[in-house]
Write a protein that binds this ligand. Sequence first.
Ligand code: NAP
Length: 484
Amino acid sequence: MHKLKDSQLLKCCSYINGSWHSSDSQFDVLNPASGAVVAVVSNAGAPETELAVRSAKAALAMWSAKSANERAVLMRKWFDLMMENQDDLSRILTLEQGKPLGEAKGEIAYGAAFIEWFAEEGKRVYGDIIPSAAGDKRILVFKQPVGVVASITPWNFPNAMIARKAAAALAAGCTFVVRPAAQTPLSALAMAELAERAGIPAGVFNVVVGEDARGMGKVLTQHPDVAKFTFTGSTAVGKSLIAQCASTVKKVSMELGGNAPFIVFDDADIDAAVQGAIDSKYRNAGQTCVCTNRIFVQQDVLEQFTDKFTMAVAKLTIGNGLDGAQIGPMITSSAVSDVEKLVADSIAAGATVIFGGKRDPAGENFYQPTILTNVTNDMPIAANEIFGPVSPIISFTDEAEVIALANSTEYGLASYFYSRDIGRIWRVSERLEFGMVGVNEGIISNPAAPFGGIKQSGSGREGSKYGLDDYLEIKYVCIGGLNK
Ligand code: NAP
């Protein structure tokens, strides 16, 4: 039915301690493009989550005792299997999430790249020897795995949000439990199937799928055997999960929401800026945390940019992601309603729709790529994370003004600007209060770079050597009595 080359990749039960667990109840996974049932999945809950944590704890001594090289061999095999099965994995991803097949293929390669990269980086977990003030003492620093890592991930990148966390955790010698969003459990389960085929031992990588986010989340955030909790999702849910982690003082990493500014200065290459805005706004129908949320254009180039951008947006095709469309469905009808409301409230506040602005006839979950002008930074469309294919354009006159506007948000994840003035590039890069800045570039994430936010966009980094540190504890060893 799903035209997979390997039908064994479509799994419908949680993967705990190296085996597949069915539960008494089940839930449907729906295709957001059509509403059709893609799969019926066993509905795990808190007891299965508890079992997964216990399994991860039991496997920890064995996995952390392996050398980084031994772990890298298994992880490399996992990476190879993901790439060998890229077509099937992307098909499963598009069926449950809706994004265009080409983007889904990109996500599989992106997720797999983290596994490959961290497998190698795990070999470079260096300690330290620090000169001591006392001649008869030595100061040593060890870096050791934090222990069992628990995570909760969202539906918008059903593969990569897991791979980014699991790759660093496993490379560091930690064991891992993930509870993916109930809308998109199938990509996570396919990853588990391939982890098993790669020879990753039972208990090291566990996936629990179920609808009881709250109950499962309580286990993952409060279980004493979980040493670290890592979450990707909305800021509101992240805040409540941080509070839950307090009772056992867990190490916590949070990848939360964003409100990315995209600034076009009057010295920018306008064609490049248009392409960057398309890339950073309309990927995944605008449902990424690093999506451009507010486009600021300097007054002198406002008309030129808006005209060219509108022409580019008009070329985007909308439809089922399996049929070659560039804009797929949004995840649910209520997500579309949220975007409709933001647009309507902003029109009421004075914004003008110059392109799109409606649900699309392609289906209930489709919203047209949309452009709004005459927007101000305090309108709902600019003040909130849109999470849909809408571009609000805001004009500005000078650099100081736009930096203040861009920074006036509680979020601090991604930001972008286009300029060819080297002085401005340094100044603006330093003054934007965001964890990531794309300069003349709309796609910035890769495994070697530290992905993450400041302010209420979260804490911790994924990818890069800093991402590995998030899964390591520092231990100080003082050796004394060395003098004869
Ligand atoms: P969400 O509502 O916060 O959900 C994210 C995950 O948390 C899902 O697995 C969800 O499960 C689960 N969840 C919800 N309420 C929970 C609770 N009380 N206890 C435990 N788990 C709970 O976020 P979303 O709307 O699905 O995802 C979009 C958000 O994620 C956006 O704000 C986006 O910016 C952010 N995001 C951030 C990054 C980043 O790297 N910074 C990357 C991607 C997305 P169910 O879905 O099954 O309810």
